[in-house]
Design a protein around this ligand. Structure first.
Ligand SMILES: [Ca+2]
Ligand SMILES: [Ca+2]
Length: 273
């Protein structure tokens, strides 16, 4: 009985190991932490999170992000939170749910998707980001899942995605709706690889200084604000006491990406109050 159970478990494990993909970044749009919006054309129409209007309609669930355009030349950027891609994951896929048409007549809304390395493009300038999609959205009420390859050069990088709403057709625009974002790899990471375990801040929330409680040998700590912008990086020489200090920054939620000397990583939320 025990042998059968063990064999079954082993087979299940092998099956999962050989078929599972690795989810690197996912969002159902419910949280806006780390997301940001930029109204490049300056017409005050921009991306926004909508918590409920499209819930259950056109294939969307719960919250979505949508971009409006009352001009012929929208140029609105939706930027994802920063996330780190493991160095060993070189086969990288992006997908999201997107649609443009709520009722008729449908308008020709176009979008592009970019990815960029936050270390070489700290301001997230889309004109120097890497384009991975350039599409005119489907002209039906239903949303659709679209996908694209992400170049392997982004393995090992802390990246952000940009979904850019624009309209080169000269047709007066309406809206673009995006949801269900996922960056994944068909490659697998062993469960204990890559993730730094049992790491937390004390105190958290903090008024300023906080200590990183961990057994890992820290290599670097990157701190991003609630808009996903990197505000500072600690190198290993600054981390000998495993302390970081947010005294000079405003109250709010921060994303902290912690790397150790063995290429492991963890992303933590830290609250300054
Ligand atoms: Ca959603
Ligand atoms: Ca705009």
């Amino acid at each position: 009985m025990h042998k059968i159970t063990f064999s079954t478990l082993l087979l299940s494990f092998l099956f999962l190991s050989t078929n599972a993909q690795t989810d690197i970044f996912t969002s159902n749009s419910d949280s806006t932490t780390g997301w940001s919006y930029e109204d490049i054309d300056g017409d005050t129409n921009n991306w926004l999170q909508d918590p409920s209007t499209y819930n259950g309609a056109y294939g969307y669930t719960g919250s979505v992000f949508f971009s409006t355009a009352n001009s012929l030349t929208p140029n609105n950027l939706l930027k994802s939170p920063p996330f780190l891609i493991a160095p060993s994951l070189t086969d990288l896929d992006f997908e999201m749910r997107i649609g443009n048409a709520i009722g008729t007549p449908f308008t020709l809304e176009s979008y592009m998707v970019y990815i960029y390395d936050t270390a070489v493009n700290p301001n997230g300038d889309y004109t120097i980001a890497t384009e991975i999609m350039n599409v005119t959205a489907n002209q039906t009420s239903a949303s659709e899942i679209v996908s694209a390859d992400i170049p392997s050069i982004f393995a090992g990088k802390t990246v952000r995605l940009i979904i850019r709403h624009y309209n080169p057709t000269g047709v007066l625009g309406n809206i673009i709706i995006a949801d269900d974002f996922k960056v994944s790899s068909p490659q697998t990471l062993a469960v204990d690889d890559f993730k730094i375990k049992n790491t937390y801040f004390h105190p958290n929330p903090t008024k300023g200084q906080t200590t990183i409680q961990t057994n890992a040998s820290l290599l670097s700590v990157e701190i991003f604000n609630n808009l996903g912008q990197k505000i500072t990086t600690y190198n290993k020489n600054m981390l000998t006491e495993q302390k970081i200090d947010l005294s000079e920054y405003s109250r709010g939620l921060y994303l902290v990406i912690i790397k150790d000397h063995n290429q492991n990583v963890t992303t933590k939320k830290l609250i300054k109050n």
